[in-house]
Design a protein around this ligand. Structure first.
Ligand code: GP9
Ligand code: MN
Length: 438
């Protein structure tokens, strides 16, 4: 009940990282465009695939250019934190600064009923934003229709709004180039400032090849899934570039802040040893530490016109996205029960829990019962004194505490007892999307 809130409120207060004046309000009043890059992992950034003739092919040249742009705040030690809810867990993390559930999908089990303080609602109440989600798959997938109502989305453009017939679609929906192209007509209608989210699908397991991405070479490992992954990622890169071209032509670009993130791994731990040789690693030496490193996904906050961009190496995660974005928009976050912190803040803490309870910090990786030194990739728990071991374990305990606080908050629907000061009047179930009218 309500009394369970006390610990969470205390945690959020202690955990709050003060905004960095260098960045606070940098994108105030701008439109927000979030792009979820399906299954894109950090190792793809700057990666060049060698073809049969020894020629090199850059997999994601456009995203790479954004990653290194002087107008981008980019992060190369940024981890996905999803569980079984995959894409939808990344949405919970990114738009609520809370975690998905230890088992199953929070969208499916709690999305229809829980109270959320999610980005669309927050930005509406604090700064008058209109919000829209775009996705070329059916709105019922991951229970998005219901969950987006609870998040406060004004509009949800799902597959009913696109021509998804025949070759236009693959298993998880409309191909990315067609998706962005057809989305533009709706985006143009939104009152500004708007908060918008685009969820891509083409680079989804099993990375199907068709004539649209046939131009890119496949890799030569003995794992077909890995071989094709680079081609579908290249297709996604082209689609994102085309979308940026449109944003520039329409004039929306200069007045927007564009956030791109990888939603989760695309290549599973089981397959990773087959990937090792492509990364210059020895498959025989591949283990839990290497698998953990592979959970990095790209995160780029692109602010057209900014000149103080850089690639930050801070260890960070998807739970940090919303506080980081809000501070860039000039909105304070201390009224909210967030588990994450602004990555651009000097007070950002480097201990990042995964949904399975593993933890990565700047120096160490806590994986199961083992502790690895990040510099050497070697297990160190057996060479530590009892005192050293206790100190390190304390870091792990602290970091995973936010998982259980988040679970309490979600499972007991505690936000219904907590109204942030800046929320004048929380409106729920006010939003009806197309296919719910039929
Ligand atoms: C489906 C898409 C894929 O609509 O978001 O979800 P995933 O399988 O990656 O969780
Ligand atoms: Mn996904």
């Amino acid at each position: 009940d309500e009394s369970n809130l006390v610990d969470i409120v205390d945690f959020a207060e202690e955990n709050h990282a003060a905004p960095n004046p260098e960045y606070f309000g940098e994108a105030e009043g701008r439109n927000v465009i979030v792009i979820a890059m399906e299954s894109v992992q950090q190792f793809l950034i700057d990666y060049e695939l060698e073809d049969e003739n020894g020629e090199m092919h850059e997999v994601m040249p456009f995203v790479n250019s954004l990653f290194h742009d002087e107008s981008s705040y980019s992060f190369d030690n940024f981890y996905h934190q999803v569980g079984q809810g995959k894409t939808s867990d990344a949405e919970i993390l990114g738009e609520n600064s809370l975690y998905g559930l230890p088992q199953g999908s929070a969208f499916q089990t709690l999305g229809s009923t829980n109270t959320f303080h999610a980005a669309p609602n927050i930005l509406k109440q604090e700064a008058g934003y209109t919000s829209a989600a775009f996705h070329g798959n059916v709105g019922s997938f991951w229970n998005r229709n219901d969950t987006y109502q609870q998040f406060g989305y004004d509009y949800f453009f799902d597959s009913a709004f696109y021509d998804v017939s025949g070759d236009n679609s693959m298993e998880y929906g409309l191909k990315d180039k067609l998706f962005f192209d057809e989305s533009v007509q709706y985006l143009e209608q939104l009152p500004q400032p708007f908060y918008s989210k685009f969820i891509t699908v083409t680079n989804h397991f099993p990375y199907p090849l068709d004539e649209q991405n046939a131009g890119f070479p496949t890799a030569q490992t003995d794992d077909e899934t890995i071989n094709q992954y680079f081609a579908t990622a290249n297709y996604a890169d082209q689609a994102i570039e085309e979308f940026f071209n449109y944003l520039k032509e329409s004039g929306l670009y200069d007045n927007s802040i564009i956030v791109l993130y990888g939603d989760h791994y695309g290549i599973s731990n089981m397959r990773n040893p087959h990937l090792a040789s492509l990364l210059g690693e020895d498959p025989e030496e591949w283990g839990d530490f290497e698998n953990t490193q592979m959970q990095k996904v790209p995160m780029i906050i692109h602010v057209p016109g900014a000149e103080n961009g850089e690639v930050s190496h801070k260890v960070s995660g998807q739970v940090d996205m919303l506080p980081t974005l809000m501070h860039l928009l000039g909105l304070e976050t201390d009224d909210y029960l967030f588990m994450g912190q602004d990555i651009l803040s000097d007070e950002h803490d480097d201990a990042i829990p995964f949904r399975n309870g593993n933890v990565v910090t700047d120096d160490y990786s806590f994986i199961g019962q083992s502790i690895y030194d990040n510099d050497t990739g070697e297990e160190i728990q057996d060479s530590l004194s009892e005192e050293e071991l206790a100190d390190l374990n304390e870091i792990k305990v602290e970091a995973t505490r936010e998982l259980s606080l988040s679970d309490d908050l979600m499972m007991m629907d505690l936000l219904r007892f907590y109204t942030p000061e800046s929320f004048s009047d929380v409106e729920r179930n006010d939003y009806i999307y197309s296919d719910q009218l039929e």
